[in-house]
Design a protein around this ligand. Sequence first.
Ligand SMILES: [Zn+2]
Length: 342
Amino acid sequence: MNVALKSQSLNVSNRLGVSRLVGQSSWRRRRLLILCYHGISLADEHEWNSALYMSASMLAARLGALRRCGCHVLPLGEAVERLYRGDLPDRAVTLTFDDGYFDFLGRAWPLLQEFGYPATVYLPTLRCEHNLPIMNVLVSYMLWQRREPMLTAPEVPGLGADTYPLATPAQRTAVIKKITDTIDPSDPEPDERDAVARAIARRLGLDFDRFAADRVLTLMNPKEVADLAGHGVDFQLHTHRHRTPENDEKFVEEIRENRARIEAMTGRPAVHFCYPSGVYRRSYLPLLHAERVVSATTTQPGIADPSSDPLLLPRFVDTSTVSPAEFEAWLHGIMPWLKATV
Ligand SMILES: [Zn+2]
Protein backbone atom coordinates (compact mmCIF):
# COMPACT_ATOMS: atom_id res chain seq x y z
CA MET A 1 0.00 0.00 0.00
CA ASN A 2 1.39 3.44 -0.78
CA VAL A 3 1.97 5.89 2.06
CA ALA A 4 -0.92 8.27 1.23
CA LEU A 5 -3.43 5.43 0.88
CA LYS A 6 -2.23 3.75 4.08
CA SER A 7 -2.46 7.01 6.00
CA GLN A 8 -5.96 7.65 4.61
CA SER A 9 -7.28 4.19 5.53
CA LEU A 10 -5.77 4.49 9.03
CA ASN A 11 -7.45 7.88 9.45
CA VAL A 12 -10.76 6.28 8.43
CA SER A 13 -10.37 3.37 10.85
CA ASN A 14 -9.41 5.82 13.62
CA ARG A 15 -12.54 7.88 12.84
CA LEU A 16 -14.86 4.88 12.65
CA GLY A 17 -13.66 3.70 16.04
CA VAL A 18 -12.18 0.44 14.70
CA SER A 19 -8.79 1.37 16.19
CA ARG A 20 -10.37 1.97 19.58
CA LEU A 21 -12.18 -1.39 19.44
CA VAL A 22 -8.92 -3.23 18.74
CA GLY A 23 -7.25 -1.09 21.44
CA GLN A 24 -9.80 -2.26 24.01
CA SER A 25 -9.72 -5.92 22.93
CA SER A 26 -8.33 -8.85 24.91
CA TRP A 27 -6.11 -9.43 21.83
CA ARG A 28 -4.30 -6.12 22.50
CA ARG A 29 -4.33 -6.63 26.30
CA ARG A 30 -2.19 -9.76 25.93
CA ARG A 31 0.40 -7.84 23.94
CA LEU A 32 3.26 -5.44 24.61
CA LEU A 33 4.30 -2.74 22.14
CA ILE A 34 8.00 -1.97 22.49
CA LEU A 35 8.86 1.32 20.77
CA CYS A 36 12.39 1.98 19.50
CA TYR A 37 13.95 5.42 19.13
CA HIS A 38 17.48 6.51 18.26
CA GLY A 39 18.37 10.21 18.30
CA ILE A 40 16.31 13.29 19.15
CA SER A 41 17.75 16.29 17.27
CA LEU A 42 19.91 18.83 19.07
CA ALA A 43 19.61 20.96 15.91
CA ASP A 44 18.79 19.78 12.36
CA GLU A 45 19.85 16.10 12.53
CA HIS A 46 16.34 14.88 11.54
CA GLU A 47 16.66 16.79 8.27
CA TRP A 48 19.90 14.92 7.59
CA ASN A 49 18.68 11.43 8.56
CA SER A 50 14.95 11.04 9.20
CA ALA A 51 15.32 7.32 9.94
CA LEU A 52 17.82 7.89 12.77
CA TYR A 53 16.69 11.26 14.13
CA MET A 54 13.40 12.86 15.17
CA SER A 55 12.78 16.45 16.27
CA ALA A 56 12.00 17.07 19.95
CA SER A 57 8.61 18.51 18.95
CA MET A 58 7.74 15.25 17.16
CA LEU A 59 8.76 13.19 20.21
CA ALA A 60 6.56 15.46 22.36
CA ALA A 61 3.65 14.78 19.97
CA ARG A 62 4.29 11.02 20.22
CA LEU A 63 4.26 11.12 24.03
CA GLY A 64 1.06 13.17 23.83
CA ALA A 65 -0.48 10.45 21.63
CA LEU A 66 0.48 7.80 24.22
CA ARG A 67 -1.38 9.77 26.86
CA ARG A 68 -4.39 10.53 24.62
CA CYS A 69 -4.75 6.86 23.61
CA GLY A 70 -4.70 5.78 27.27
CA CYS A 71 -1.52 3.71 26.92
CA HIS A 72 0.16 2.32 30.03
CA VAL A 73 3.88 3.01 29.68
CA LEU A 74 5.81 0.43 31.70
CA PRO A 75 9.50 0.03 32.55
CA LEU A 76 11.04 -2.66 30.30
CA GLY A 77 11.75 -5.19 33.09
CA GLU A 78 8.24 -4.99 34.54
CA ALA A 79 6.67 -5.09 31.08
CA VAL A 80 8.53 -8.27 30.09
CA GLU A 81 7.62 -9.98 33.38
CA ARG A 82 3.94 -9.08 33.03
CA LEU A 83 3.87 -10.08 29.34
CA TYR A 84 4.77 -13.67 30.28
CA ARG A 85 2.71 -13.65 33.49
CA GLY A 86 -0.36 -12.58 31.47
CA ASP A 87 -1.29 -9.51 33.51
CA LEU A 88 -0.41 -6.57 31.28
CA PRO A 89 -2.56 -3.44 31.62
CA ASP A 90 -4.54 -2.06 28.66
CA ARG A 91 -2.47 -0.85 25.72
CA ALA A 92 0.88 -1.63 27.34
CA VAL A 93 3.86 0.18 25.82
CA THR A 94 7.58 0.32 26.65
CA LEU A 95 9.95 3.06 25.45
CA THR A 96 13.48 2.14 24.39
CA PHE A 97 16.26 4.39 23.05
CA ASP A 98 19.19 2.79 21.25
CA ASP A 99 22.83 3.89 21.56
CA GLY A 100 22.63 6.47 24.35
CA TYR A 101 23.32 9.61 22.35
CA PHE A 102 23.89 12.76 24.42
CA ASP A 103 20.67 14.14 22.94
CA PHE A 104 18.74 11.62 25.07
CA LEU A 105 19.85 13.69 28.06
CA GLY A 106 19.48 17.03 26.27
CA ARG A 107 16.16 16.47 24.49
CA ALA A 108 14.32 13.23 25.33
CA TRP A 109 14.81 13.18 29.10
CA PRO A 110 13.11 16.56 29.83
CA LEU A 111 10.06 15.38 27.82
CA LEU A 112 9.98 11.97 29.53
CA GLN A 113 10.07 13.74 32.90
CA GLU A 114 7.25 16.04 31.86
CA PHE A 115 5.07 13.05 30.93
CA GLY A 116 6.30 10.87 33.79
CA TYR A 117 7.22 8.00 31.45
CA PRO A 118 9.98 5.47 32.20
CA ALA A 119 12.54 4.59 29.51
CA THR A 120 15.34 2.15 28.79
CA VAL A 121 18.56 3.20 27.06
CA TYR A 122 20.59 0.46 25.36
CA LEU A 123 24.17 1.62 25.81
CA PRO A 124 27.33 0.57 23.91
CA THR A 125 30.03 1.45 26.43
CA LEU A 126 33.23 1.91 24.37
CA ARG A 127 32.03 5.20 22.87
CA CYS A 128 30.47 6.25 26.15
CA GLU A 129 33.91 6.14 27.77
CA HIS A 130 35.83 7.33 24.69
CA ASN A 131 33.52 10.30 24.45
CA LEU A 132 33.90 11.82 20.97
CA PRO A 133 31.49 11.92 18.00
CA ILE A 134 30.81 8.58 16.27
CA MET A 135 32.91 8.68 13.09
CA ASN A 136 30.64 7.20 10.41
CA VAL A 137 27.54 9.15 11.42
CA LEU A 138 29.46 12.40 11.95
CA VAL A 139 31.10 12.08 8.51
CA SER A 140 27.69 11.47 6.95
CA TYR A 141 26.25 14.48 8.82
CA MET A 142 29.17 16.73 7.80
CA LEU A 143 28.96 15.72 4.13
CA TRP A 144 25.24 16.55 4.18
CA GLN A 145 25.67 19.78 6.13
CA ARG A 146 28.42 21.20 3.94
CA ARG A 147 26.52 20.47 0.71
CA GLU A 148 29.75 20.37 -1.31
CA PRO A 149 29.06 18.90 -4.77
CA MET A 150 32.39 17.01 -4.83
CA LEU A 151 35.02 15.74 -2.42
CA THR A 152 38.70 15.11 -3.02
CA ALA A 153 40.58 14.09 0.12
CA PRO A 154 43.69 12.02 -0.62
CA GLU A 155 44.81 12.32 3.00
CA VAL A 156 41.79 10.26 4.16
CA PRO A 157 42.43 6.49 4.18
CA GLY A 158 40.54 4.71 1.42
CA LEU A 159 39.75 7.73 -0.73
CA GLY A 160 42.98 7.97 -2.78
CA ALA A 161 43.30 10.74 -5.36
CA ASP A 162 39.77 10.27 -6.77
CA THR A 163 37.04 12.90 -6.71
CA TYR A 164 33.67 11.77 -5.35
CA PRO A 165 30.25 13.26 -6.10
CA LEU A 166 28.23 14.07 -2.95
CA ALA A 167 24.85 15.21 -4.28
CA THR A 168 22.71 12.22 -3.21
CA PRO A 169 22.48 10.19 0.02
CA ALA A 170 23.64 7.11 -1.95
CA GLN A 171 26.77 8.94 -3.15
CA ARG A 172 27.56 10.11 0.39
CA THR A 173 27.03 6.59 1.74
CA ALA A 174 29.41 5.24 -0.92
CA VAL A 175 32.16 7.62 0.31
CA ILE A 176 31.65 6.52 3.92
CA LYS A 177 31.78 2.86 2.86
CA LYS A 178 35.11 3.48 1.05
CA ILE A 179 36.54 4.88 4.30
CA THR A 180 35.10 2.30 6.71
CA ASP A 181 36.18 -0.57 4.42
CA THR A 182 39.80 0.44 5.03
CA ILE A 183 39.41 0.44 8.82
CA ASP A 184 40.08 -2.98 10.32
CA PRO A 185 36.77 -4.08 11.91
CA SER A 186 38.59 -6.42 14.30
CA ASP A 187 40.55 -3.47 15.67
CA PRO A 188 38.03 -1.24 17.40
CA GLU A 189 40.58 1.31 18.61
CA PRO A 190 38.65 4.55 18.30
CA ASP A 191 41.62 6.91 17.75
CA GLU A 192 41.97 5.90 14.11
CA ARG A 193 38.29 6.68 13.52
CA ASP A 194 38.58 10.06 15.24
CA ALA A 195 41.53 10.93 12.99
CA VAL A 196 39.44 10.18 9.88
CA ALA A 197 36.55 12.33 11.13
CA ARG A 198 38.99 15.16 11.90
CA ALA A 199 40.59 14.91 8.44
CA ILE A 200 37.20 15.06 6.67
CA ALA A 201 36.11 17.98 8.87
CA ARG A 202 39.30 19.85 8.00
CA ARG A 203 38.84 19.16 4.29
CA LEU A 204 35.23 20.45 4.46
CA GLY A 205 36.21 23.54 6.47
CA LEU A 206 34.27 22.33 9.54
CA ASP A 207 35.43 22.23 13.16
CA PHE A 208 35.60 18.72 14.65
CA ASP A 209 36.30 20.12 18.11
CA ARG A 210 33.14 22.26 17.93
CA PHE A 211 31.04 19.17 17.15
CA ALA A 212 32.73 17.36 20.03
CA ALA A 213 32.17 20.28 22.44
CA ASP A 214 28.50 20.50 21.41
CA ARG A 215 28.22 16.69 21.84
CA VAL A 216 26.84 16.27 18.31
CA LEU A 217 26.42 12.55 17.47
CA THR A 218 28.29 11.76 20.67
CA LEU A 219 27.13 9.35 23.38
CA MET A 220 26.46 10.24 27.01
CA ASN A 221 29.59 10.00 29.15
CA PRO A 222 29.88 7.75 32.25
CA LYS A 223 29.03 10.58 34.66
CA GLU A 224 25.90 11.50 32.72
CA VAL A 225 24.86 7.85 32.65
CA ALA A 226 25.39 7.55 36.40
CA ASP A 227 23.38 10.74 37.05
CA LEU A 228 20.46 9.63 34.87
CA ALA A 229 20.50 6.14 36.41
CA GLY A 230 20.18 7.89 39.78
CA HIS A 231 17.03 9.56 38.43
CA GLY A 232 15.55 6.23 37.37
CA VAL A 233 16.64 5.86 33.74
CA ASP A 234 17.23 2.18 32.96
CA PHE A 235 20.52 1.43 31.13
CA GLN A 236 20.81 -1.95 29.45
CA LEU A 237 23.08 -4.05 27.23
CA HIS A 238 24.00 -3.20 23.63
CA THR A 239 27.54 -4.75 23.46
CA HIS A 240 30.70 -2.86 24.41
CA ARG A 241 31.78 -2.03 20.85
CA HIS A 242 28.34 -1.94 19.14
CA ARG A 243 29.07 -5.06 17.17
CA THR A 244 27.87 -8.64 16.71
CA PRO A 245 30.88 -10.94 16.17
CA GLU A 246 30.10 -14.34 14.69
CA ASN A 247 32.62 -15.96 17.01
CA ASP A 248 30.88 -17.22 20.18
CA GLU A 249 33.63 -16.23 22.63
CA LYS A 250 33.96 -12.75 21.14
CA PHE A 251 30.19 -12.24 21.33
CA VAL A 252 30.11 -13.32 24.99
CA GLU A 253 33.07 -11.04 25.71
CA GLU A 254 31.09 -8.12 24.24
CA ILE A 255 28.20 -8.84 26.61
CA ARG A 256 30.44 -9.25 29.67
CA GLU A 257 32.50 -6.11 29.03
CA ASN A 258 29.35 -4.11 28.36
CA ARG A 259 27.61 -5.44 31.47
CA ALA A 260 30.56 -4.83 33.81
CA ARG A 261 30.84 -1.22 32.66
CA ILE A 262 27.11 -0.44 32.77
CA GLU A 263 26.73 -1.99 36.22
CA ALA A 264 29.76 -0.02 37.48
CA MET A 265 28.17 3.22 36.22
CA THR A 266 24.61 2.58 37.37
CA GLY A 267 24.96 0.21 40.35
CA ARG A 268 22.07 -1.84 38.91
CA PRO A 269 21.90 -5.16 37.09
CA ALA A 270 22.02 -5.06 33.29
CA VAL A 271 20.05 -8.11 32.13
CA HIS A 272 18.18 -6.87 29.06
CA PHE A 273 19.86 -6.77 25.66
CA CYS A 274 19.32 -5.15 22.29
CA TYR A 275 21.01 -6.55 19.15
CA PRO A 276 23.24 -3.78 17.67
CA SER A 277 22.04 -2.72 14.20
CA GLY A 278 19.26 -5.32 14.59
CA VAL A 279 21.70 -8.12 13.68
CA TYR A 280 20.96 -11.42 15.42
CA ARG A 281 21.96 -15.02 14.90
CA ARG A 282 20.25 -18.17 16.21
CA SER A 283 23.63 -19.17 17.67
CA TYR A 284 23.41 -16.20 20.08
CA LEU A 285 20.33 -17.49 21.90
CA PRO A 286 22.00 -20.19 24.04
CA LEU A 287 24.88 -17.79 24.73
CA LEU A 288 22.50 -15.09 25.97
CA HIS A 289 20.68 -17.68 28.09
CA ALA A 290 23.94 -18.79 29.66
CA GLU A 291 24.81 -15.15 30.43
CA ARG A 292 21.47 -14.81 32.28
CA VAL A 293 20.10 -12.28 29.81
CA VAL A 294 16.36 -11.99 30.46
CA SER A 295 15.19 -10.34 27.24
CA ALA A 296 16.61 -9.27 23.89
CA THR A 297 14.97 -6.90 21.41
CA THR A 298 15.30 -6.84 17.63
CA THR A 299 14.17 -4.30 15.04
CA GLN A 300 11.72 -6.77 13.51
CA PRO A 301 8.50 -4.75 13.32
CA GLY A 302 5.77 -6.22 15.47
CA ILE A 303 4.06 -6.40 18.84
CA ALA A 304 5.23 -8.92 21.45
CA ASP A 305 2.83 -11.61 22.70
CA PRO A 306 3.31 -14.39 25.28
CA SER A 307 4.41 -16.82 22.54
CA SER A 308 7.27 -14.48 21.48
CA ASP A 309 10.76 -15.78 22.28
CA PRO A 310 11.96 -13.42 25.06
CA LEU A 311 15.35 -13.29 23.31
CA LEU A 312 13.79 -12.24 19.98
CA LEU A 313 11.27 -9.58 20.96
CA PRO A 314 9.94 -7.46 18.09
CA ARG A 315 9.86 -3.66 18.26
CA PHE A 316 8.30 -0.86 16.29
CA VAL A 317 11.04 1.51 15.13
CA ASP A 318 9.38 4.93 15.25
CA THR A 319 10.91 7.46 12.86
CA SER A 320 10.21 10.95 11.45
CA THR A 321 8.56 9.36 8.40
CA VAL A 322 5.81 7.61 10.42
CA SER A 323 2.55 9.59 10.23
CA PRO A 324 0.56 10.40 13.41
CA ALA A 325 -2.26 8.12 12.14
CA GLU A 326 0.12 5.19 11.65
CA PHE A 327 1.68 5.75 15.07
CA GLU A 328 -1.74 5.68 16.77
CA ALA A 329 -2.65 2.56 14.80
CA TRP A 330 0.39 0.87 16.37
CA LEU A 331 -0.56 2.05 19.86
CA HIS A 332 -4.10 0.69 19.59
CA GLY A 333 -2.75 -2.43 17.92
CA ILE A 334 -4.69 -2.23 14.67
CA MET A 335 -1.51 -2.10 12.59
CA PRO A 336 -0.03 -5.37 13.94
CA TRP A 337 -3.57 -6.85 14.15
CA LEU A 338 -4.05 -6.25 10.41
CA LYS A 339 -0.64 -7.81 9.74
CA ALA A 340 -1.54 -10.85 11.83
CA THR A 341 -5.08 -11.38 10.51
CA VAL A 342 -5.34 -10.09 6.92
ZN1 LIG B 1 22.62 0.55 18.25
